[in-house]
Design a protein around this ligand. Structure first.
Ligand SMILES: C=C(O[C@@H]1C=C(C(=O)O)C=C[C@H]1O)C(=O)O
Length: 365
């Protein structure tokens, strides 16, 4: 067979596979529609249906990854199924998700990575507004950054958890790559100012010291805002990621300028929904303790005794009294696991206050 003929035959085969894939995706979508009808039917008086099931979605993705035999790698396959589920869920109920805007931020990228592209993503100007929007019921979920591997905690997010009673229902991690971006009118030899979010400026501090030591660093509300400003100025550059750069038509003059190559940010999904256990979960709590000797030891003892793995502990001054502290603690396990329940009861006895922010599936993607 000639190469030409072989290509033609392969393309015919791909066409017929695509037809089958389409048929199966449509069948799957019809199943999701029926699931929605069943969910509606089984409701008690005044009860609202819960369409989005994070524990089920985590299971579906993990199941697919276990079955996958290649040649596509697990992450690629999971990403495709992530989008199929997102589209199926949108047939049941289109989700509205608030994120830290404007369009093009890493938080928007995190929202789409977690929920897929079939959600309606709604930009907010500040982290606190995301919490308020979710609490008011104007959106189903919110996405907020919580910690960066280079710069540590995002304090605005931690403080907002103190003020609002929302439940964490998921987490997602994103590798953060920053670039130095300029507009078409920028005189690259005359750059006297660099715009970016304070976190990003900090994540690229050493690179800036080495390459642009005398350039003024201006912190703005977001990386996307930095990219937007640069467009109209001839002597400034922005530090931002791919999406913001593309959105504002900027060019990269230096790539991946973050000081640490593993720079990543963890984001949390916040809502009003408690998530049942999946067997591979994390729990986040806030504990406030009086500042007496050995306080941290008392706090951590029940975790140690029960062999619970802590993944993070963060301290913030409490808003309610001078020298009282609140601890943000994340650990593996679900609040309904007997072991975790026991440990939380012990902590409750020792603490001034204990607030469980939620148990949620460990990030799959
Ligand atoms: C179909 C369901 O509803 C939603 C859609 C899912 C899917 O497409 O697989 C999974 C969980 C839910 O978010 C379900 O609850 O099973």
């Amino acid at each position: 067979m000639s190469d030409e003929a072989q290509l033609k035959a392969l393309r015919n085969r791909i066409d017929s596979i695509d037809e089958k894939v389409l048929e199966l995706i449509s069948e799957r979508a019809r199943c999701a529609q029926t699931v929605a009808e069943v969910k509606q039917k089984t409701l008690a008086e005044g009860e609202k249906p819960v369409f989005y099931r994070p524990e089920r979605e985590a299971w579906v993705l993990k199941h697919i990854m276990e079955l996958n035999k290649g040649p596509l790698d697990n992450e690629e396959v999971a990403r495709l199924f992530r989008e199929i589920m997102s589209a199926c869920l949108a047939l049941e109920e289109p989700l509205r998700v608030a994120y830290l805007g404007p369009e093009g931020t890493f938080t928007q990228a995190a929202a789409l990575k977690h929920f897929g592209h079939s959600v309606v993503s709604v930009p907010m100007a500040a982290i606190d507004e995301i919490f308020r929007e979710v609490a008011a019921g104007a959106v189903h979920f919110g996405v907020v950054p919580v910690e960066n591997s280079t710069e540590g905690a995002i304090n605005h997010t931690l403080d907002s958890f103190l003020e609002h009673d929302l439940a964490i229902c998921g987490e997602v991690e994103l590798r953060i790559h920053h670039h130095l971006l300029v507009g078409e009118n920028t005189r690259t030899d005359k750059i006297s100012r660099v715009y970016s979010h304070a976190q990003s400026l900090a994540q690229c501090r050493k690179w800036l010291d080495a390459h642009y030591p005398n350039v003024e660093r201006v912190a703005v509300a977001s990386n996307a805002e930095a990219a937007r400003r640069v467009k109209g100025e001839w002597n400034s550059a922005a530090i931002a990621g791919d999406i913001a750069g593309e959105l504002y038509g900027l060019t990269r003059i230096a790539e991946k300028i973050e000081d640490r190559p593993d720079n990543s940010t963890r984001f949390l999904m916040i809502g009003n929904q408690e998530v049942p256990p999946t067997g591979d979960d994390k729990t986040s709590i806030i504990v406030s303790m009086n500042n007496r000797p050995g306080v941290l030891h008392h706090l951590l003892q029940p975790f140690h005794e029960n062999g619970i793995d802590l993944t993070r502990i963060e301290t913030r001054p409490s808003r309610s009294g001078k020298w009282t502290y609140v601890f943000f603690i994340d650990f593996f396990g679900h609040q309904h696991d007997p072991l975790i329940k026991g440990a939380l009861e012990k902590i409750r006895e020792e603490a001034v206050a204990l607030k469980i922010l939620g148990s949620y599936p460990k990030a799959v993607l």
